[in-house]
Design a protein. Structure first.
Length: 602
DNA sequence: GGTCGTATCT
DNA sequence: GAGATACGAC
């Protein structure tokens, strides 16, 4: 566990804290010993049991720094629990929790006076055991403070009462408990224990993932912090933590559903409405089946512990307000689908007619041109009238940038169009030119066209089924052959914008002329309508993000749509729609209204 | 008293 | 802006 300069529990280790907390339990009653062991193990603590106080003391002496905390019964035949407490306090400087069936004040006081950091009454509750890590944390805080004040260290180690732990062994301490004078101080510290602010919880991807999984499991309309907390099974997490996070999460989702709300987007990207009266810029595409396995999902709520995360959100748009959106519409999707009735997350808020669609891409911590991994995390936005999942860029929270030193690509602040030429043969370019902040200038991302001769490289690079997309414009409008597209991602660190240059197209001169209308996936650009061959198009880059597959292309990995993790961030009640849409898209003709806006953020 | 959602604070 | 905290409602 590590607490950074901001006082935030920040490192990935914090995700596991206090898992593995080394607890020594001392109780002469073997039944209780077993029960406690089981309960503590349920908290993911590392438990050692001892039925004799003397044995426990020997063990502690033998394995210095082998334990983080001791839980001891008060009444034991071989040694009084208070005596053990004294020894531990003097020799090992470990936090000791006393427990007893006797809750008499004088005994509790005696325990505290002897240096116990807590006094538990039997039967001990799970919640109490869950929280014992706090004593360890607290003790560590005081120790570091002592060292700091002693050394006059100018380095800022604390904020809000948080402390920094040694990397790799956050609990290790050879420092013994202070002698008598410091003991008084300790007692006082224990007494003002509540005044020490808790370390802030950073909702990393993993943690958020657990959160989302719990939400999905419970059902969005039934969720409550307590239920989520129980399902998450993260010992150190509190209901308040979850409540706070849930509040933000709901806020986040609700914003996605307010198209005209300036706050309804990240990075200041507006989420316009979409009107069916608009002749959307659409194109269609047929997706192939998934190809490769994908990696673990990432929460798309804007957190990341080890990855740069981007997120898209579902949007709708009105004519003239097409900024920054790519949307999908299934022209033949049955209106009666139940999945269209998705409601907004907040149970207390009714009449939300849309469901957010999020899409995220994750880049490795280090923007490595040679090893770029994309992950798409798809949830869904959903409207009463068949409109579609859309993508919106999302900016990585600044905090995460700070914590992990990421650079990222900002979202376009101006309307950016996926130009029709992106569907043209090479050089196809989807320019997502952006306005960027200082940090954003560090990265430039583009997907470059490939040429036919590169096609065989698909296999060289370990992606046996390179994504293809036919170029309907070519096929129909120009009476040429469908084109195959293949994405290549290139990160250019010195350009202040993000650019996606579409797939290059492999001319296959195949059967465009033999396409039947119902076999075509319509692609409409601003100025033209195009078609994709069902046979040729396996994977679209932009237009096919619903099917982003875990196809590794020149070190680009696309998420497998079918991976359940991919939707871990999607409220369960929204999943049907997504899956339906995918299934549906795989089988039928589609329209993809293309609005201009960035697609990916890195 | 426990839990929740929301407003507000840090 | 993220997370903590306060507080009223249930």
């Amino acid at each position: 566990m590590e607490i950074n300069n901001n006082g935030y529990v920040s490192s990935p280790r914090s995700d596991s804290f206090p898992i593995g907390l080394r607890v020594l339990v001392v109780d002469d009653d073997p039944t209780w010993l077993k029960i406690l062991e089981k309960m503590l193990k349920r908290c993911s603590y590392e438990v050692t049991t001892c039925c004799l106080a003397r044995d426990a003391l020997d063990l502690l002496r033998e394995r210095k720094d082998g334990f983080d905390i001791v839980i001891s019964d008060v009444n034991m035949p071989d040694m009084d629990g208070f005596k053990l407490l004294e020894h531990v306090g003097l020799e090992m400087d470990l936090p000791v929790i006393m427990m007893s069936v006797d809750g008499e004040t004088s005994r509790v006081m005696k325990g505290v006076q002897h240096g116990a950091c807590d006094y538990l009454l039997k039967p001990v509750r799970m919640k109490e055991l869950k929280n014992i890590w706090q004593h360890v944390l607290r003790k560590k805080i005081h120790e570091v403070r002592d060292i700091e004040s002693y050394e006059g260290n100018e380095e800022i180690l604390f904020r809000n009462g948080s402390e920094r732990f040694e990397e790799g062994n956050f609990l290790s301490s050879g420092k013994k408990r202070k002698e008598t004078e410091n003991k008084e101080c300790d007692d006082q510290e224990y007494s003002d224990f509540s005044s020490v602010k808790k370390a802030r919880v950073v909702w990393s991807v993993d943690l958020h993932q657990k959160f989302v999984n719990a939400v999905n499991q419970i059902g969005f309309d039934k969720v409550g912090p307590k239920k989520i907390l129980d399902l998450m099974n993260v010992p150190w997490l509190t209901r308040e933590n979850v409540a706070s996070h849930l509040q933000k999460y709901r806020l986040y989702l609700s914003r996605l559903q307010k198209p005209n709300d300036p706050k309804s987007s990240f990075c200041g990207i507006k989420q316009p409405d979409f009107s069916q009266k608009d002749p959307p810029t659409t194109f269609a595409h047929k997706s192939s089946s998934p190809v490769l396995q994908n990696t673990a999902a990432n929460g798309s709520f804007g957190y990341t512990s080890s990855n740069l995360l981007v997120e898209g959100a579902a949007l709708e748009t009105h004519e003239g307000d097409l900024n920054g959106i790519i949307s999908f519409k299934s022209v033949t999707e049955p209106i009666s689908r139940k999945t269209l009735n998705g409601d907004v997350p907040s149970p207390r808020k009714a009449n939300n007619s849309q469901i957010g669609f999020t899409h995220s891409l994750v880049l490795p911590e280090q923007l490595d041109v040679n090893n770029i991994s994309f992950k798409a995390n798809i949830s869904q936005k959903h409207s009463w009238n068949r409109e579609v999942p859309i993508m919106q860029m999302k900016q990585l929270p600044k905090q995460e940038q700070k914590l992990y030193g990421y650079t990222h690509l900002a979202l376009p602040s101006q309307p950016n169009k996926i130009q029709s030429e992106s569907l043209q043969p090479s050089p196809s370019s989807i320019n997502l030119g952006t306005s960027v902040g200082e940090r954003d200038k560090a990265c430039h991302l583009e997907i470059k066209p490939l040429h036919l001769e590169d096609k065989n490289d698909d296999f060289k690079h370990g992606f046996p089924t390179a994504p293809h997309i036919s170029n309907p414009l070519q096929a129909d409008a120009e009476n040429t052959s469908p084109q195959e597209f293949r994405p290549i991602l290139r990160i250019n660190t010195d350009l202040p914008c993000m650019k996606l240059q579409g797939y290059n197209q492999h001319c296959t001169n195949t059967n465009a002329s033999t396409w039947k209308p119902d076999q075509r996936n319509q692609i409409q650009g601003n100025e033209s309508t195009s078609y994709c061959s069902q046979h040729e198009s396996h994977l679209g880059l932009l237009q096919d993000y619903l099917f982003i597959e875990d196809v590794e292309l020149n070190n680009i990995v696309f998420m497998n749509y079918h991976d359940p993790d991919m939707f871990a961030d999607v409220p369960a009640h929204l999943l049907d729609k997504v899956r339906f849409t995918n299934d549906y898209l795989c089988e039928s003709t589609l329209e993809y209204p293309i609005m201009d806006q960035g697609l990916f953020i890195a």
